[in-house]
Design a protein around this ligand. Structure first.
Ligand SMILES: *Cc1c(COP(=O)(O)O)cnc(C)c1O
Length: 393
């Protein structure tokens, strides 16, 4: 009998695998041999290449996207008691950074089809205390940025984009990161450019960029990183209390190698996404991802939804049935109002977020990464087809 699993494919198909080649390995080894381990010449080259790639005037590297968001909020002068609007469906980092300032995260409902926050559902949360909007381009699909920016202009709010999923993504001919106030990227191990850990802020504002370059290294004057090299000076000035958020040249070596193939890697993921969607679009038990026509997703995630009316099991059981058949899956995300901290600190309730709840009950993220073998994609499809047939209502 069909076990729901093809023969001759990987024993276990993980949810994610980074795409690391000799190029990344040689880049890291080159940094090790050079004797320059922390922030240095490669970090600067990576920043320049990243700014060029996204079309931003300035790119400031840091050691995570969380650090990037923190510095961006510092640069706009966020203060205690201020409010910022974030989508209810995101990773905790997007909202967590607000608590660093004793500012208040206000969760906005998201769209059922894209899982993105839009101008309509965030406008009702704007109060006299609102200072910023933090849109997340969910799974790599850009939000309706023209409408969000128009709203921000009207209410004089800053827009800080959480682009942890959206390198590279395009919104109405513009690459994410090339326009807007500030955009924050992640180079965490599972993201679309993997440096182990790392992050970047892009901006068109030279003052913010300069301030963030100081903040990321203890608040000391800009060229302090080269104080131990020939031509560097021992003298530096502390301008304000900053943080230890700098990137290292080892990470930048990975970043430079990965940036060179970031478009190719995106095409590989888009191809896998296309094969999943072709396979599932006619199955009534499933709801395939929807991308609006005027934009391109980075396809960081492939988020499938179960049509629970057609199935006898829920999402949790569905994922364990997949795992039993050797296919890894994940859930993005547990809505933040459900997390004990946010629920208790801000008194938010699931009943105020019917769409996010509807999404949360149904979503699962399938394996999608550049090195994924064709046979493994087929095996994932096979397992899902088998499961929807087995558990059809
Ligand atoms: C991964 C992620 C982050 C945090 O990125 P780090 O580089 O790990 O700090 C922030 N926001 C979203 C939406 C993420 O998925």
């Amino acid at each position: 009998m069909n076990s729901g699993r093809l023969k001759g494919v990987s024993l276990y198909i993980p949810f994610h695998k980074p795409y690391i080649t000799e190029e990344e390995i040689c880049g890291v080894v080159d940094s090790l041999r050079s004797g320059w381990l922390t922030m240095g010449p490669k970090t600067l080259r990576f920043e320049e290449a990243f700014a060029r790639y996204t079309g931003a005037a300035h790119a400031v590297s840091v050691n995570s996207c969380t650090a990037a968001l923190h510095m961006a909020l510092k640069a706009i002068g966020l203060a205690e008691g201020d409010e910022a609007i974030v989508p209810a469906v995101t990773f905790t980092a997007t909202a967590e950074v607000l608590s660093y300032f004793k500012a208040v995260p206000v969760f906005a409902e998201v769209e059922a089809r894209t899982h993105n926050m839009n101008a309509l559902n965030l406008e009702r949360h704007i109060t006299p205390r609102t200072r910023a909007i933090l849109p997340v381009h969910f799974a790599g699909q850009p939000c309706d940025m023209d409408e969000i920016r128009e709203l921000a202009r009207r209410y004089r709010l800053f827009v800080i984009e959480d682009a942890a999923h959206s390198l590279p993504a395009v919104y109405r001919e513009n690459r994410i990161g090339g326009t807007g106030d500030m955009t924050c990227f992640s180079f965490y191990a599972t993201k679309t450019l993997a440096a182990g850990e790392g992050g970047m802020v892009t901006t068109g504002n030279p003052e913010w960029a300069g301030r963030m370059r100081t903040l990321r290294l203890h608040g000391i004057s800009n060229d302090a990183w080269k104080r131990y090299s020939r031509g560097g000076s021992w003298y530096y000035e502390v301008m304000e209390p900053g943080w230890k958020y700098n990137m290292t040249d080892i990470q930048a070596a990975l970043g430079l190698a990965q940036l060179g193939k970031v478009d190719w890697m995106r095409d590989m993921r888009a191809e896998i996404a296309g094969r999943y969607t072709d396979a599932f679009r006619h199955d009534e038990e499933l709801i395939v991802p929807y991308v609006k026509p005027d934009r391109e997703s980075a396809w960081h995630l492939y988020v499938l939804k179960l049509n629970l009316d057609m199935l006898r099991i829920g999402r949790d059981r569905f994922i364990s049935e997949m795992e039993e058949r050797g296919v890894g899956a994940s859930v993005h995300f547990i809505p933040l109002y459900r997390q004990p901290y946010y629920r208790d600190a801000y008194g938010c309730q699931a009943k105020d977020y019917p769409v996010s709840e509807w999404i949360y009950e149904r979503v699962l993220s399938l394996p999608i990464y550049p090195g994924m073998m064709r046979e493994d994609v087929d095996a994932v499809i096979e397992v899902i087809k088998y499961l929807i047939k087995k558990f059809r209502r």
